[in-house]
Design a protein around this ligand. Sequence first.
Ligand code: TYM
Length: 327
Amino acid sequence: MRVFSGIQATGEKHIGNYIGAMRNYAATQDEGDADFCIVDLHSITVDYDPQDLHDRTLDLAALLYAVGLEPDRCTLFLQSHVSGHAEAAWLLSAVTGFGQLGRMTQFKEKGEGKEFVSAGLFTYPVLMAGDILLYQTDIVPVGDDQRQHIELARDLAERFNSRYGELFKVPRGVFPEIGARIMDLQEPTNKMSTTGGTQQGTVLVLDPPDVIRRKFKTAVTDSGREVRYLPDEKPGVSNLIEIFSVATSMPIADVEAAYDGRGYGDLKGDVGEAVVELFRPVQEKYAELRPDEGELRRRLHVGAEKARETSAPTLEAMYRRMGFVRP
Ligand code: TYM
C-alpha cells in the first residue's frame, strides 16, 4: 500500500496540523511505502516572503523528523526538488474543469477580500492532485479541510483514466476519527489556522510551555458548565475534549466521565498540561535537529532522489498516453 501526504512549507505549524495530519504521517509510515512532501511550490500562491519560505522549509523538515518521521521508514522530500510535480500539474490541467476549480471553498476563503489573488491560488488543487497521483497513492492522511481537494484528485484520476486509458490509482482520503478539524480556541466555530485564525487561539507545536498553558486557560468555552461532547451545542468544550482525548489517549466518553461535575476550569488547566507533555519530546528533538542544516539538506536530497525514482514512471506514462513524442 502506498501512503502520500503533503504539508505547506510556510506558516507556523499548530496543534491542528499536528493532530489532523502530522502524527498520522508518523503512524502510517509503517503501513506501506510512505511519501511525505513539504509542498513549497504551493506556498507561493499567497503573499509570502522569500527568506521566510527558505527558513520555514528547513524548520518544517526538522519538525517532521521530530514528530517521528524516520528517513529509513519513509521518504520526506521537498516538492520543488522533484520537477515532475510541476509537470504533472500542467498535464492534469487538461482534464480539470475551470468551473470545478471555481467551486473550491479554500480558493474562495483564501481569496476573499484580497486585492491581489494569484492564478496559482486558483490552480493549486491541480498541483495537489498531481502530487498524489504521481505516486500511485492508495491513502492520503489529511485533516477535514482537505476533503474537497481529495475529491478533485479522485475525479481527475478517473477522468484521465477514462480519456487516456487506465493509469492512475484512485486515492482515498483518510481522516482522523478524533481531531480532523481542530478549532480556534478563541473562536471555536472557526478552524484553527495561522492565516485565518486568532493568535491567542492558535497553539503552535513550538510554543513554550507557559504560552501553551496560557492559551488553554484563556480558551473560550460555552454557556453552562457541564463537560459534555456536543460539537454543535458546545463547540468550545468539545474542541478541548477532542484535544485532551488525543493528548492522553483517553476515549471521549472517559473524558466526559472524569470531568463530570467539575466544570470547565479544571479541564482547561489539564488540557494545557497534557499538550505541554505531548509536545515536550517533539520540542526537544526539534532543538537537536534544526541547527544541523547540512544533515537536513542531506536527508532531503536522499528523499528527493527516492521520490523522483518512484514518480518518474507515472510521469513518463502520462506524457506517452497524452500523445507527446518523447526524447
Ligand atoms: P496544510 O499545509 O494547510 O495543512 C497540512 C495538514 O494539516 C491539516 N490541518 C488540520 N487538521 C485538523 N485541524 C485543523 N485546524 C487543521 N489545519 C490544517 C490539513 O488538513 C493537512 O492535512 N493543500 C494541502 C497540502 C497538500 C497536500 C498535497 C496534502 C499539497 N499537496 C497532497 C495531501 C496530499 C494544505 O494546504 O495543507
